[in-house]
Design a protein around this ligand. Sequence first.
Ligand code: 5GP
Length: 181
Amino acid sequence: MQYPKDIITEILMSEEEINTRSKEIAQEITKDYENKNLVLVATLKGSVPFFSSVMRYVNLDCEIQFIRASSYVGNTTLTTGKVKVTSPTEFDVKDKDVLIIEDIVDSGLTAKSLFDYFNERGSRTVNICSLLDKPSRRIVDVKPKYVGKVIEDKFVIGFGLDYNEKYRNLPFVGVINKKYI
Ligand code: 5GP
């Protein structure tokens, strides 16, 4: 089944732009994490496409791991303010350099919880790499080290980002048509 033709009102990041930015960011990571103990951590499920785009261009000996952080519930576009962090598989981050790969940093609550989670577990450094950043929505002070694109306060879908668990498989990022919310 195809998605409705008018599901997107505006494309904010095309497939080509995502590819280009992923390569550029991976090159920066490769430079910045040389001789470090890098663990790339994907946040499920939203960051999976961006994670795989970036990690294959990171030219370093590194670990990959997965974590789940949820701040949104059901089919709403509003944050609940509470973030639950769970690890599907146990992994050790003691004295390691954790780079969390996110789909989007919005209020910053998820990022802050992930920072706390890894700091409590003894990581040497913790940083965030996010495909998108909505700084105008921030309620806690977090700044991703790497950002694919800064966007305005609009609800976006595609390239991992969902609405009610749909649209994650769109190959670009676009603004959802309000009539479907
Ligand atoms: P934060 O904790 O920074 O408020 O929110 C982070 C999470 O909220 C993201 O990982 C994502 O799941 C969700 N989120 C925030 N803004 C958007 C958006 O514009 N579109 C979608 N689909 N999810 C969003």
